[in-house]
Design a protein around this ligand. Structure first.
Ligand code: NAD
Length: 492
């Protein structure tokens, strides 16, 4: 990618120092609302990756030896720094990946603070074991220990959140960490690294930016790396599994989804429509949400009413507004990068070619969607798009599109709804809208998904596990998964 001059340059954090990539290599970071370069981030080499891992390896024994209380104090300091720099962090995240400022500033920063504080509170749990009396003369007990060096690899859609859930819980458990943000949207993570530089002893937290295709293998297969946590696509998970096949290592995989939002005939349609149109798929970051409800399974008797409700919501300029991402009035941002923009556009066309009906949307491009803003003409804008089909086998019903596109499919019976919902390779999330409590419980038990929401959607919390099943991954970014158990028996 071309490199522009006169743009702010960011650096890696390695071994407690801010460092440029070897040879000063840089990549332009693009503001997706304008399509223009706005900052430059390091294009790190394999050599930089090894330096970061060795820094984390060197720092591990001393960090592990601290008490849980001492580690927790550092995490609480991190939470405070994030809160006091919240406006700046939210602005960088918005400019770098297009998630509108009204959501990053009011929603994201308090969540980040909560994650770091929660991890601080759980630091002592990470080392707590059990006693297991085995016989009158032998005592068994378990110790919980950190793994060592954890590599956390994050995606472009939620850089600060995924950085935080990986780093905070891994550090709380006594691991040292190397975070590799997506090269597409690394600015907010590199800035956070800078803010946290003096919070942790040198080498405990390292952040290195570079293309996954070039430095990914080095990061995951290095013998000093003890655990890998990826939030990203299934393709990347496969590459990591191949790279580590010779010496498999424990992993946490938070991958994609094709989540079904299921509306029964007794659903509160008004509430369900609001959820679909604002926070479950047609979101402030244009549906680039792993749990996005990209399939709407709707009882045949209400499908027209639901479609009309969504259309009315999306057409209402007081509720849905494209515009500059830093303007608090803007509700809907662009797609985070050009390749994802092109991919979503081709999926919309593919759906139409496959015979799906266009219920709403389908247009793209700044000049088409925001004609009065020439500065946004080259941005990656896509209209919220609703398709409809009778067949769950279309590729747009089976493959993750990761954008503002949802496909409506009618059903007639509860059994059919379950079969449709479970009829993809994914298992990240599902929503159920019904007033029938028994049916709600039956559905929760029958759906193959790591997260199920009833009469709401996309609700997550620090005290609930978050992860997927089937091809949506395994493990969770949690205190439990960043520590391991050792068994001991003492003959008395
Ligand atoms: P991606 O898989 O393309 O990239 C994710 C990260 O992996 C980036 O940092 C990238 O540089 C790195 N990477 C790429 N190739 C690599 C390799 N060979 N070895 C090591 N690292 C490599 O994903 P993306 O396009 O950035 O993000 C979108 C995907 O993330 C979607 O599939 C989405 O569903 C998923 N996601 C999942 C969750 C979840 O919690 N389940 C949350 C957010 C996003």
């Amino acid at each position: 990618m071309a490199v522009s001059t006169d743009l702010k340059e960011y650096q890696n954090l390695i071994g407690g120092e801010l460092r440029a990539a070897t040879g000063g290599a840089l990549t332009d970071s693009i503001d997706p609302s304008t399509g223009k370069a706005w900052a430059r981030v390091p294009k790190s080499s394999k050599e930089d990756a090894v330096t970061a891992i060795e820094a984390a390896q060197k720092a591990f024994p001393a960090w592990k030896a601290l008490s849980a209380g001492e580690r927790a104090a550092c995490l609480r300091d991190a939470a405070e720094i994030i809160a006091s720099n919240g406006g700046e962090l939210a602005g960088l995240e918005t400019q770098d990946n297009g998630w509108v400022i009204r959501e990053t500033s009011y929603g994201l920063i308090p969540v980040l603070q909560q994650v770091w504080l929660d991890a601080a509170g759980k630091a002592s749990e990470a080392n707590r074991g059990q006693t297991v009396p085995m016989s009158p003369t032998s005592l068994g007990y378990t110790l919980r220990e950190p793994y060592g060096v954890v590599v956390g690899i994050t995606p472009w859609n939620a850089p600060l959140f995924t950085f935080s859930i990986k780093a905070a819980y891994a550090l709380a458990a006594g691991n040292t960490v190397v975070i590799k943000p997506s090269e597409q949207s690394a600015v907010s993570s590199l800035h956070l690294a800078n803010l946290l530089k003096d919070v942790f002893p040198e080498g405990v937290l390292n952040v290195i930016c570079g293309p996954g295709s070039e430095i990914g293998d080095t990061l995951v297969e290095h013998p000093a790396v003890d655990k890998v946590s990826l939030t990203g696509s299934g393709g990347t998970a496969t590459s990591i599994a191949r790279a580590t096949a010779g010496k498999p290592k424990p992993m946490i995989l938070e991958l994609g989804g094709k989540s079904a939002n299921i509306l029964f005939e007794d659903a509160n349609i008004e509430k369900a429509v609001e959820a679909i149109s604002s926070y479950s798929i047609f979101t402030g970051n244009s549906g680039q949400l792993c749990v996005g409800s990209s399939r709407l399974l709707v009882h045949r008797s209400i499908i027209d009413q639901v479609a009309d409700g969504i259309k009315n919501y999306l057409q209402n300029p007081e509720l849905k507004q494209f515009g500059p991402t830093m303007d608090p009035a803007t509700t809907t941002g662009p797609i985070a990068n050009k390749s994802q923009y092109e991919s979503i556009r081709s999926y919309i066309q593919l759906g139409l070619d496959e015979g799906a009906e266009l219920v709403y949307g389908g247009r793209s491009g700044g000049s088409e969607l925001i004609p009065d803003r020439s500065d946004l003409a080259d941005g990656y804008w896509i209209e919220p798009t609703l398709l409809k089909t009778e067949s769950n086998t279309l590729r747009v019903c089976q493959e993750e599109i990761f954008g503002p596109v949802s496909v409506m499919i009618p059903f007639d019976t509860e059994e059919e709804a379950i079969a449709l919902a479970n009829g993809t390779e994914f298992g990240l999330a599902a929503g159920v809208w019904t007033k029938d409590l028994s049916r709600a419980h039956r559905m929760v038990a029958s759906l193959e998904a790591g997260n199920v929401w009833v009469n709401t959607y996309a609700r997550v919390g620090v005290d609930l596990p978050f992860g997927g099943v089937k091809s949506s991954g395994f493990g969770t970014d949690s205190i439990e998964d960043y520590s391991r158990e050792k068994a001991c028996v003492i003959e008395l």
